[in-house]
Design a binder for this molecule. Sequence first.
Ligand SMILES: Nc1ncnc2c1ncn2[C@@H]1O[C@H](COP(=O)(O)OP(=O)(O)O)[C@@H](O)[C@H]1O
Ligand SMILES: [Mg+2]
Length: 589
Amino acid sequence: MVNSSKKGRALDWTLLMRVLSFTKSFRKVFLLTAFLTVFAALISPIRPYLIQYTVDHFVLLGDLNGLAIMTVIMVGSLVLESLVMYAQTYYSGWVGQTVIRDIRSRLFAHLLSFRLGYFDRSPIGTLVTRVINDLETVANIFSEGLLSIAGDLLKLVIVLIWMFAISPTMTLISLIPVPLLILATWMFKNGIRKAFNEVRNEVANLNAFAQEHITGMNLVQAFNRQDVEQEAFERINKRHRKAHIKSVWYYSVFFPVVEVLQAISIALVVWWGAREIMTHPDAGLQPGAIFSFILWIYMLYRPMRQLADRFNTLQMGMVSCERIFDLLDRDESMPNKGTTPLEQVKGHIRFEAVHFEYLPGEPVLRGIDLDIQPGEKIAIVGSTGSGKSTLVQLLSRLYETKVGCIRLDGKDIHAYPLSQLRQAVGMVSQDVFLFSDTLANNIRLYQPDISLDQIQAAAEEVGAQSFIERLPGGLQFQVGERGAALSVGQRQLIAFIRACVFNPAVLVLDEATSSIDSESEALIQQATERITKGRTSIIIAHRLSTVVDADRILVMDRGRIVESGSHRQLLEREGAYKRLFELQFAVES
Ligand SMILES: Nc1ncnc2c1ncn2[C@@H]1O[C@H](COP(=O)(O)OP(=O)(O)O)[C@@H](O)[C@H]1O
Ligand SMILES: [Mg+2]
């Protein structure tokens, strides 16, 4: 566990203060909630005293009028108490949910600024757990943890004060089982904490397994893995049940134990009180005290029973907080200090001695020098893993060069604001990601000033309008999660429309035609010609047939540009390009 180094520490105050600082923007509500908690703790011990008073001063004297008046007062105090309780419960929930809403927004905004390299290293499931589940336990700090513990402790003290004021001896007698209660609570607290941790781990396992296998359902079914996967699932499912039942076991033992101890306390008070009243009628103890003590004992035991639980809630919330703040404090953002406005992009691109590695010591690009003139159409070919995609990702700063310099229109790309740079460079990649939303929203990516007409026009330009018309609902077609309802080729057409709609100054097509069938390929070929016209374009292509008419073809091999020239020049050169070309020609014919 992340927290293992800090195990055993009761409470981390710095951390707690930091969580509390999130209540700043609604301090009044928070203070009101705190006040209500204190107020509830103060007023609830009054009712038992009212009963005692009624018994001693009216019931025993046969005063019916007095009894009626006291009944009204007691009902009134009960109503007040329940109103306070209602408000306290409501507002502490409100505070908790508001705090986690704010933290969650901050966290998400923070994640959006992270560089891609961070996501390469962090499992998605963990991040989702942080943003959703961990935050829920933080809300509990407010709704069940902190304030309730403070309220419970205060109530304990106040009840004890009342009890001592009425009869110190009877109070001490009623407290005889308390050491046992403390022992039981302590054992319960430790046991339940372990059980809860187990439950949480098993829930995470179950989530991860179900998520992964539902996502990869086609693989599971295609390879007939259903039985094996079902077995694996049942193992996890069993462990999950076992963990839960263990936690239930602790409760089912602890609660009756507390109940018994409480009954012993009450029995002791009734026994000693009644004896005292009978044997020393002049000592001042009156029958009403027995009634009030019974009720106060209930009031003592309930919070004591809950304290263990609430303390666990608080601690679990703090563990989550720690993980969330770790993430919030992590600075993984892309530096974005450029101030030069990027308007009227000409599209002159220069790579100067660019080196790059994703992982230290494993160079992917080894000295790229490249000059692309405005409006030039460049094609990049080369074997898988030679660094083609990396090269173009550096251009829009999805990853960051440390060695060398990339210039756009003469200036280092760092001189421009990141958003403007990325607006200038449009990208169609092989792996097209779609959100579970309408086709139109996937094309315009929620940019409100892109109209349906513009999308329609772009679709026509790309030659995809007949494909869109065939979809039920056309542009309003729901693409399903990750575009499951569409073929890879169809998704690529969508990415083309997307690029076209955003009208970037520099267009990058990263193996954009590799998954398209020959029929669509002809379409895309036409579309490519149209949308690359007048724009600086970089076309990474798997099929050489799509690059023959480029102004210049670059051949990459293991992070270097090994050849460059037009199709004809490269063929005459009898080098790497010629070999690639012949290889493909042999395969395709
Ligand atoms: N996000 C990443 N993290 C670590 N290594 C990566 C990452 N992306 C690509 N690589 C590695 O960088 C090399 C070049 O990849 P890439 O630029 O995608 O090649 P290409 O597009 O030419 O097939 C490959 O060896 C690949 O394994
Ligand atoms: Mg690639």
